[in-house]
Ligand binder design. Structure first.
Ligand SMILES: [Zn+2]
Length: 458
């Protein structure tokens, strides 16, 4: 028997993989799953909420370090004559990481998650390594900080895949530095214990899932990366940073005699569960083998641009049908369309052509939703389907450009011209979590964030 509709929406249009459904009736059942989806109204349509908007699937944000939001925009004044780069930025980031207590971690995370929702992200993959107290000792509850991130996500109303990651070393063959002490698990068993404790707290949260992973090749010994992957869960998505910086590639070649992605391709069975974050610096062979492996590349163009990492070879990778998605990483940029435009424009600027991806808006949206959901540990057939949670971002139909746009141009108008100002609201589990620019629990979240930031600036 079909589940009863508890809430019914009518949208001007809703995007499916095969194109726009116009109009679109979405019935939601208990728990927020779609139980009715059609361009015709159901028989019992009383109480229907008519929305003058265009529904897109909620965006997956496949790579986040929530605590770094506390320093977004604060590392942008560069001293003339100094060599500010990724590595000097990292020192500022370590300082930030060392200063936050669990309460502040939760406050900052709730703020950035709430801001993600305002921009259309409905699911965040939190790549989490701020495990221990400021002295580097495990908390009594070893999953304390993970639990805080879950609480932040719950309060803001965003879906979360929490990925506690293994961080062991200070670089290739180097012991960890004192300022990395909050991140460190000395042995794979310590990490697996932390992962188990995190699994328990995740299981108590309705909108949370677990992932696992390793910070990077420079942060864990090669042998222990293999151990953790092989003794870890067989059903979870696995995340790792790879080849973000040229120096990291050179160090890896010197230490492991392989480039980072080359090492991963040779030593781990890369397939759909794998999510390699950045992959900025790839050889031709790595592009080809990675594209055919089924693994996702998680691109964070806002952060990669901000840190001067380099440009991912998206044209080459996409021409070989590689899977990819996006993440906001340090949160210097939180607008999914800004990140998608960065990806396209970097290719246009370097090839001096405009048609790198044919119908780029459709290609980009499909990749970032499909790849992003895989990175979260989910599978899908379509953007919206019966039985799946109703998570969507709704654009106002009547903005000057969208109102006058012909159907075949609507999606590109959204991708290339829109920002948060054009968003009417965001829906998670069939309920508005942002409406007319106002996010759920926004006053409480903002007050706690302001208080935390004041404490941190003392
Ligand atoms: Zn990262």
């Amino acid at each position: 028997m079909k589940e009863r509709i508890t809430r019914l929406f009518k949208f001007d249009a809703l995007l499916l993989k095969q194109g726009w459904m116009k109009p679109a009736y979405v019935g939601v059942g208990v728990g927020g799953r779609i139980v009715f989806l059609s361009d015709h109204a159901p028989e019992q349509a009383h109480g229907m909420e008519s929305v003058a908007g265009l529904a897109l699937p909620g965006f997956p944000n496949a790579h986040s370090h929530a605590f770094q939001y506390a320093m977004a925009g604060m590392a942008e004044k560069h001293q003339p004559g100094t060599n500010d780069d990724f590595w000097s930025w990292r020192e500022a980031m370590y300082e930030c990481a060392l200063s936050l207590d669990p309460e502040q971690i939760e406050a900052v995370a709730a703020m950035v998650y709430s801001e993600m929702l305002r921009r259309g992200y409905t699911h965040v993959a939190e790549f989490h390594y701020l495990h221990h107290d400021t002295q580097g000792h495990p908390y009594d509850n070893i999953a304390e900080t993970g639990e805080r991130l879950l609480a932040a996500a719950e309060h803001a109303g965003i879906r979360i895949t929490l990925i506690p990651v293994f961080y062991q070393k200070g670089g290739f063959g180097k012991e960890p530095m004192p300022r990395q002490r909050r991140f460190i698990c000395a042995h794979p068993d310590d990490y697996l214990k932390l992962l188990d404790a995190t699994r328990t707290v995740v299981s108590k949260s309705a909108n949370a899932q677990l992932g696992f992973g390793v910070h990077s090749l420079r942060a864990v010994t090669a042998a222990d990366i293999t151990t953790v992957f092989e003794s870890g869960p067989k059903d979870l998505s696995f995340h790792i940073h790879a080849a973000e910086q040229l120096q990291e590639v050179e160090d890896c070649k010197a230490f492991l005699k392989r480039r980072p992605v080359e090492w991963l391709l040779e030593n781990l069975p890369l397939q759909e569960r794998f999510n390699l974050v950045h992959c900025t610096h790839l050889s031709d062979t790595e592009v080809k083998r990675l594209a055919t492996s089924g693994a996702q590349v998680v691109l964070c163009p806002g952060t990669e641009g901000n840190l001067g990492d380099g440009i991912f070879r998206l044209k080459d990778y996409a021409s070989q049908y590689g899977s990819w998605c996006i993440g906001t990483d340090s949160h210097i940029s939180l607008n999914p369309f800004e990140d998608l435009r960065w990806l396209d424009y970097a290719q246009r600027l370097t090839t001096h052509k405009r048609n790198t991806f044919d119908d780029a808006a459709t290609v980009f949206l499909t990749k970032c939703i499909t790849g992003g959901r895989k990175a979260m540990g989910l599978s899908d057939h379509n953007f919206f389907e019966e039985g799946k949670p109703f998570d969507a971002v709704i654009f106002q139909s009547n903005t000057p450009l969208l109102n006058m746009s012909r159907e075949e141009h609507i999606l590109s108008s959204i991708v290339y011209t829109c920002d948060a100002a054009d968003i009417m609201g965001t829906i998670v589990n069939g309920s508005w979590v942002v409406r007319d620019g106002v996010a759920r629990n926004s006053t409480a979240i903002r007050n706690k964030f302001d208080r935390a930031m004041k404490e941190l600036s003392r």
